[in-house]
Design a protein around this ligand. Structure first.
Ligand SMILES: Nc1ncnc2c1ncn2[C@@H]1O[C@H](COP(=O)(O)OP(=O)(O)OP(=O)(O)O)[C@@H](O)[C@H]1O
Ligand SMILES: [Mg+2]
Length: 489
C-alpha cells in the first residue's frame, strides 16, 4: 500500500507509464523463457515445491490467505470476533508492546486486549497463524432533526487471521471451533473467579531451588527423565506427524520425603516452565475443572499431588457411570486433558504424584495415559553423595564407607538424610550425626523385624487355627448339604 501526496504532471506520468510498460513486456518474455526451460528440465512435482517455497520466501501473498472477522455482522455483534478477542488475550506475548486496557463500570477487574495494528502469532498443530487487529476509521454523515448534516468519525474494528492457504480446511474445521470453545470457557471462568477470588490452584512462583543437580535420585533414571524431557521439547514436528497432542504425562510414586515435589520443581527449573498446582479437593465439578484448565498457559506443568487421596474423585468414579459435567470425575479430567486442553495448548506437561501407586484408578495406569512412571525411592549411596555435596560441600569423608553401607541396610528417605545433614554447619558433626541416626534406624528396624516375626508367627498360628476351624465347618456344611440333598431326593 502507498499513499499519494504529490500529483505529478500528466506528461511525466505518460512517459513514466510508457517506460514501465516496455520494461514489463521484457520481464514477461524473460520469465516465459525461464518457465519453458524449467518445465523441460525439472519434473513437475519438484517444480511445484520450488515455486511454493520461493513464494513463501518472497512473502508471496498468493500462498497466504486471510479470514476477516468483522466486529459487527450487520446490526448484530459477530460472536466470532468476540471469541477471537477473548482468546487472543491469552496469547499476548511479551513482545507485544501496545495493549489496550479497559474496564466496564460493573467489572471488578480490567481486561487487556491487543491494540490496533498489533500482530499475534499462534501455533496450532504445527500450523503458524497470524492474528492482527485492524481498525479503520470512516466518516459517517447523518442528518439531525433540523436537516443539518453532521459528520462523525466511526471506528470499525476487525480481526484478521492469516495462514498458509493449504491449511484452510484445518483452520476452519478445527482451529476456529477450538477458539470458540476456549473463549466460552474463559468467559465462564472470569465469572467464576469473580465469585470465588481464591481460585482453586496456585500458579506457584517458581523460586524453588531444586534442580536436577541437587536431586538425589537414581542416576540412570535421572538421565532417562532428562532425555525424555529434551526429546519432548524437540519433537513438535513428530507429535504433529503422528497426530498426537504435544503433551507429556508423568506419574511420580514413592514414599513421603523421597523427592517427588522436589523433582517437579527440578523439571520446571530445567525447562523454564510454570507450575500450576491443582487443588482437586476444593473443586466441585468437571466444568469448573475445565474452566481452570483452559486458563493455564502454554509451557507449563500441571501438577496434581496425592491423586490417590482425592477422595471426591475415587468415590464418584467407583459409581462407574458418567455423571456429566456436574460432578468431578477422573474420566472428566483425563478426557479433557486428552481433548480440548491439548488441542489448544502447546508444550503441556502433567504430573500426578502418589504415595500409593497400588491404590490408583486403573484408568490412570493404562498404557499411554502417563508416558513415564517414575519411582522415587529410599536414599541410595549415590543419592547420599549428592546430598552431602549439596548440603555440606563434602565429596569425601572417612565415615562415607560406613554411611553408604548403612544406607543399603535401612530404609531412609532423602528427606531424613537431608534433615540430619542440615543439623550442623560443621561437616564433621553433621556426618557423625547421620551415622548415629542410621544406626538408630537400623536397631529400630531389627527390633521391628523381630516383633513383626513374632506377630507373623502368632498370626500364622491363628490363621492355621481359623483354617482348621473353617475346614471343619466346611466339612460339616457339606455334610448338611449332602443330607439335605439326599432328603430332597
Ligand atoms: N531426592 C531428593 N533429593 C534431594 N532432596 C530431597 C529429596 N527428597 C527429599 N528431599 C528433601 O526433603 C524435602 C521434602 O521432599 P519432597 O517434598 O520433595 O518429598 P515428596 O516425595 O514430595 O513427599 P510427599 O510424598 O510427602 O509429598 C525437600 O524439600 C528436600 O529438601
Ligand atoms: Mg510432595
Amino acid at each position: 500500500m502507498f499513499s499519494v501526496s504529490n500529483m505529478p504532471s500528466t506528461t511525466s506520468v505518460l512517459s513514466t507509464y510508457t517506460t514501465f510498460a516496455a520494461s514489463a513486456m521484457l520481464v514477461k518474455t524473460v520469465l516465459n523463457e525461464v518457465q519453458n526451460l524449467t518445465n523441460q528440465l525439472i519434473p513437475q512435482q519438484l517444480r511445484e515445491k520450488i515455486l511454493t517455497k520461493l513464494g513463501d520466501l518472497m512473502g508471496n501473498s498468493s500462498s497466504q490467505m486471510t479470514l476477516v472477522i468483522d466486529e459487527n455482522n450487520g446490526l448484530s455483534i459477530n460472536e466470532m470476533f468476540e471469541a477471537s478477542e477473548i482468546y487472543l488475550r491469552t496469547k499476548i506475548s511479551p513482545s507485544v508492546l501496545r495493549l489496550k486496557v479497559s474496564k466496564a463500570p460493573h467489572d471488578k477487574t480490567f481486561s487487556i486486549t491487543i491494540n490496533k495494528g498489533e500482530k499475534i502469532i499462534d501455533t496450532f498443530e504445527d500450523i503458524e497463524v497470524i492474528w492482527q487487529m485492524i481498525c479503520t476509521e470512516t466518516q459517517k454523515t447523518t442528518s439531525d432533526y433540523d436537516g443539518y448534516l453532521n459528520s462523525e468519525k466511526v471506528e470499525r474494528r476487525s480481526i484478521e487471521l492469516s495462514f498458509h492457504k493449504k491449511y484452510k480446511e484445518k483452520v476452519l474445521s478445527t482451529y476456529l471451533p477450538c477458539v470458540l470453545e476456549m473463549s466460552k470457557t474463559i468467559k465462564e471462568e472470569d465469572k467464576v473467579l469473580k465469585l470465588q477470588p481464591l481460585g482453586h490452584y496456585e500458579n506457584v512462583n517458581l523460586d524453588h531451588p531444586s534442580t536436577f543437580d541437587t536431586l538425589a535420585m537414581d542416576p540412570t533414571l535421572k538421565k532417562e527423565l532428562m532425555d525424555d524431557l529434551d526429546r519432548f521439547i524437540k519433537r513438535r514436528k513428530f507429535y504433529k506427524r503422528v497426530g498426537k497432542a504435544w503433551k507429556r504425562g508423568y506419574l511420580l510414586h514413592g514414599p513421603p520425603g523421597t523427592g517427588k515435589s522436589s523433582l517437579i520443581a527440578a523439571m520446571a527449573n530445567y525447562l523454564k516452565f510454570d507450575i500450576y498446582d491443582l487443588e482437586l479437593t476444593s473443586l466441585q465439578s468437571n466444568s469448573e475443572l475445565k474452566r481452570l484448565l483452559v486458563s493455564t498457559a502454554n509451557r507449563s506443568i500441571l501438577v496434581i499431588e496425592d491423586i490417590d487421596c482425592s477422595s471426591n474423585f475415587q468415590n464418584r468414579e467407583a459409581g462407574g457411570y458418567d455423571q456429566g459435567d456436574s460432578q468431578l470425575t477422573l474420566s472428566g479430567l483425563l478426557n479433557f486433558i486428552d481433548g480440548l486442553w491439548s488441542c489448544c495448548g502447546d508444550e503441556r506437561i502433567i504430573v500426578f504424584t502418589t504415595n500409593h501407586k497400588d491404590r490408583l484408578d486403573p484408568a490412570l495406569l493404562r498404557p499411554g495415559r502417563m508416558d513415564m512412571h517414575i519411582h522415587m525411592s529410599y536414599c541410595t549411596p549415590s543419592g547420599f553423595k549428592i546430598l552431602a555435596c549439596n548440603y555440606l560441600g563434602l565429596t569425601d569423608h572417612s565415615l562415607f564407607t560406613e554411611i553408604e553401607k548403612l544406607i543399603t541396610e535401612v530404609e531412609v528417605t532423602p528427606a531424613e538424610v537431608a534433615e540430619e545433614l542440615m543439623k550442623s554447619e560443621e561437616a564433621d558433626v553433621a556426618v557423625k550425626g547421620l551415622v548415629k541416626y542410621l544406626h538408630m534406624k537400623k536397631t529400630e528396624h531389627v527390633k521391628a523385624d523381630t516383633e513383626g516375626e513374632k506377630e507373623v508367627r502368632a498370626e500364622d498360628k491363628e490363621s492355621e487355627e481359623v483354617k482348621v476351624e473353617a475346614e471343619t465347618k466346611g466339612r460339616k456344611t457339606n455334610k448338611r448339604k449332602a443330607r439335605r440333598g439326599r432328603s430332597r431326593r
